[in-house]
Design a protein around this ligand. Structure first.
Ligand SMILES: [Zn+2]
Length: 140
């Protein structure tokens, strides 16, 4: 092989590797949780951005948060309102768990998945590797 060709090939491989690294490193670029406290309530001001990025129903995501916090919650436009004072990191860690349980492909860890329902079962279909896995939770 001519040297320049070899170098080109090497460059190609390196590009590919750094591309993969970038993909697996970023996973989800979830926005910063934007919280405001109002009396004994927590206003999650940019809530609606999260289900959009997760590509899940806002209702289901809200149900999940509400259940995990064991506190009532409701949507108000783009916002979600929770009873009690919550810290931004409370939401961040719940989203991390939600992603692991309901979004991330168990096979290849890609977040590019969608939910498919058949009868009363829900499946996670991975658009990256094609794996189909069953979802057991109630918030899909
Ligand atoms: Zn996959």
């Amino acid at each position: 092989m001519v040297k320049s060709e070899y170098e080109k090939l090497l460059k190609k491989i390196q590009d590919k590797v750094s591309e993969n690294k970038k993909n697996s490193g970023s996973r989800f670029e979830l926005p910063q949780v934007d919280i405001m406290w109002q009396g004994n309530r927590t206003l999650f001001r940019n809530f609606s951005e999260f289900p959009k990025i997760l590509r899940r129903d806002a209702d289901k995501v809200l149900q999940y948060l509400s259940k995990e916090f064991a506190t009532p919650a409701q949507m108000a436009g783009d916002k979600a309102v929770f009873v009690g004072k919550k810290e931004p990191h409370d939401f961040t860690s719940l989203f991390a768990r939600y992603v692991k349980e309901y979004v991330e492909c168990p096979t290849c860890k890609s977040p590019d998945t969608r939910v498919e329902r058949s009868n009363r079962l829900a499946f996670l279909i991975c658009e990256a590797c094609g794996a189909k896995s069953s979802l057991k939770g109630n918030y899909v």
